[in-house]
Write a protein that binds this ligand. Structure first.
Ligand code: OAD
Length: 234
């Protein structure tokens, strides 16, 4: 590795797989047996609110039963010890990066443990089950809270901050993502256009592997700690 000062890390469902959370695609994935457009769009929420809320209620309940793994902990260590710039961009709606201790991070696809009111826009922490009934902490309206999740067709969060970090980065690292969903899937191409180094850590080759300077294949719980050790040792 040449002189690295600023790093952008992108994570996907693969980093949380060994904690016991299902990934989306492939056999046994969260999208198996579902059409994404029935679950993860604003139209689905309007059409079949109970189905959508139940899907995310179940995922929120599952999140309460799992813990961060060695991959999350290694990124938290990088955050603590790396003296240069760092932004961990996660597509994950779980909170395992922050529970491991990561601070320099953002959730571009929203958070399971957050809700917002469709009536007044108020955001609040939310740990329960929406199907049990909710009241907005802002306007008090009943059953107007929705999961603070970016649905297909909606704009991901904090795009400006991500673009700015990519613009200053010397290294882009993608961990545990299939490269199927844009704009995240396009960050490697953005990084290549900017002439910076790119590294992929994934269980298997992804749709984007072709774009990376280097792809290392294996479980995140092994690849991420080894890479962090390597970077911090520089
Ligand atoms: P996917 O389920 O599409 O891809 C997960 C990737 O992780 C695959 O390439 C797996 O090979 C890899 N993987 C699985 N286990 C792994 C392990 N132990 N170590 C390392 N890699 C592993 O999930 P994402 O790419 O995160 O969006 O999906 C992107 C977006 O699509 C999600 O954020 C979600 C979904 O629709 C929204 O909900 C808005």
């Amino acid at each position: 590795m040449t002189d690295i000062r600023n790093i952008v890390v992108l994570t996907g469902a693969g980093i949380s797989a060994e904690s016991g959370l299902n990934t989306f695609r492939g056999p046994g994935g969260l999208w198996e047996g579902h059409r994404v457009e029935d679950i993860c769009t604003p139209e689905a929420l309007a059409r079949n609110r109970a189905l959508v809320l139940d899907f995310y209620d179940q995922r929120r309940a599952a999140l309460a039963t799992v813990e961060p793994n060695a991959g999350h902990r290694a990124l938290a260590r990088l955050d603590r010890e790396w003296k240069g710039g760092l932004l961990i961009v996660t597509q994950n709606v779980d909170d395992l990066h922050e529970r491991a201790g990561a601070k320099r991070m953002l959730h571009m696809h929203g958070e399971l443990m957050s809700a917002f009111c469709e009536h007044c826009g108020h955001r609040q922490r939310f740990g329960g089950a929406m199907l049990d009934g909710t009241h907005c902490g802002g306007c008090g309206a009943a059953d107007t809270l929705r999961p603070d999740i970016v649905f297909f067709g909606e704009m991901p969060y904090e795009m400006d901050r991500i673009d700015a970090a990519l613009g200053e980065a010397d290294l882009f690292v993608s961990i545990g993502t299939s490269g199927a969903v844009y704009p995240a899937a396009g960050y490697v191409q953005q990084a290549r256009h900017a002439g910076i180094e790119t590294l992929e850590l994934n269980l298997e080759p992804s749709a984007g592997s072709y774009f990376f300077h280097e792809t290392r294949l294996g479980p995140a719980s092994e690849l991420v700690p080894a890479w962090v050790e390597e970077v911090l040792g520089k």
